[in-house]
Design a protein around this ligand. Structure first.
Ligand SMILES: *Cc1c(COP(=O)(O)O)cnc(C)c1O
Length: 400
């Protein structure tokens, strides 16, 4: 099939016409259990009645006004996000990368207005992913994404993930901040050592650095906390969010304390679309559900159910799954087979998973997945593993 879409993606030969809850349906009526959630975006699943209601209601009144005017929906969403977090201010964006750009600018400006414009370097981590803009590919540090796009944006110093001594050693007179994902998503659901964020917080306090967390994937209930930093009992200075907050509508934000945001004064930053009435009406609807009593605790419980189930059947397929890891409904299966092959076998079983780095497939399903659907998912994933065990058995047979 010829396509007019720029061929930067190797798309699966599969298109969906409808979605409901955790299920996606093709035009021919084939149903797939989606453990990918549009890459951790469909936090409330597909066609959630409350989101559809909020979007269609707002669409009938006003979609967009620009940030030259008051936007009550954005005011309310910002107020709710700050009330539920460490933060004092919110700036809305349309994507994760833009949220990171704003977070990086905020950290640099903080030092500039503190009399240290030379402090613009940010310590980042191997295996990180922060987006595809020029600054965020430099921050992520993946050479494949940087190669051929001109000089790499300056001021990002990469150290091994989880290595506090390396982070300490990388601090110099130009260092402004440390930027880290609490759990690496694209990198392969890599969970750092328990004390890592606490130690980074201490390091930042000791050296006057800002701690920036990229919670674009881990935020908004995904890990069984509203934000993953809560798992480590620390508070950051700035975070970036996106994916889950819009439930499928393009919406991101960066959140900052008063102090860390002190340089972001009148005219220092802006956006045309960010935080428009339609996007923030949907964001508020997502929070209505996620912040309802018991919802986030439920994510933790479902995450445990899924993780324990995976761990149980993984022992039957040691030649396929070598590790089950992650928090809440941000889980990864480390594989002994290529993740792309596993995802393809999953599609044959009508279960969708997402390949990531470090030979992992990600399970980041809608947070509204039911216990019955988790059982169904486990059955389909076991069937997916069986594809490879049979193949391995056949190879062993042939070799004998
Ligand atoms: C997806 C993601 C981004 C980039 O978000 P976009 O909306 O694609 O720009 C940044 N950081 C993390 C951790 C992500 O998972």
């Amino acid at each position: 099939m010829t396509s007019s879409l720029l061929p930067t993606y190797a798309r699966y030969p599969l298109a969906f016409a409808r979605g409901e809850g955790v299920w996606l349906t093709t035009a021919e009526g084939e149903r797939y259990l989606d453990l990918g959630g549009g890459i951790a975006v469909a936090s409330l699943g597909y066609s959630h009645p409350h989101l559809v209601g909020a979007l269609t209601e707002q669409a009938q009144h006003l979609w967009h006004t620009s940030n030259l005017f008051q936007i009550p929906q954005a005011e309310r969403l910002a107020q709710r996000l700050t009330a539920a977090s460490f933060a004092d201010y919110v700036f809305f964006t349309n994507s994760g990368a833009e949220a990171l750009e704003g977070a990086i600018k905020t950290a640099r400006k903080y030092h500039a207005v503190s009399g240290h414009p030379e402090r613009f370097h940010i310590i980042t981590f191997e295996g990180a992913f922060h987006g595809r803009t020029l600054a965020t590919i430099a921050a992520g540090g993946n050479e494949k994404y940087i190669e051929g796009f001109g000089p790499k944006a300056a001021g990002f110093d990469k150290v091994p993930f989880g290595d506090i001594a390396a982070a300490r050693a990388a601090i110099g007179p130009q260092t402004a901040a440390i930027l880290v994902e609490p759990i690496q998503g694209e990198g392969g659901i890599r969970v750092p050592p328990r004390a890592f964020l606490r130690d980074l917080r201490a390091l930042c306090d000791e050296h006057g650095l800002l701690l920036i967390l990229d919670e674009v994937q881990s935020g908004v209930g995904r890990t069984g906390k509203l934000f993953a930093y809560e798992l480590s009992g620390i508070e950051p200075d700035i975070i970036a969010i996106a994916k889950g907050i819009g439930g499928g509508f393009p919406l991101g934000a960066f959140l900052t304390t008063f102090e860390a945001g002190k340089g972001m004064t009148l005219g220092t930053h802006g956006t045309t679309f960010g935080g428009n009435p339609l996007a923030t009406a949907v964001g508020n609807a997502v929070l209505d559900v996620v912040l309802a009593p018991g919802f986030i605790e439920g994510v933790g419980a479902k995450g445990l159910l899924l993780k324990n189930g995976l761990a149980e059947f993984a022992t039957n397929y040691p030649d396929v799954i070598t590790e089950v890891r992650g928090e809440g409904l941000m889980l990864g299966l480390k594989l002994a087979v290529p993740p792309g092959d596993f995802a393809a076998a999953g599609r044959q079983e009508h279960v969708l998973v997402i390949p990531a780095g470090d030979n992992v497939v990600r399970l980041v399903p809608p947070l509204i997945i039911s216990d019955d659907e988790i059982a169904e998912a486990l059955g389909r994933l076991a069937a997916t593993c069986a594809h490879f065990s049979v193949a391995a058995g056949a190879r062993r047979g042939a070799a004998e």
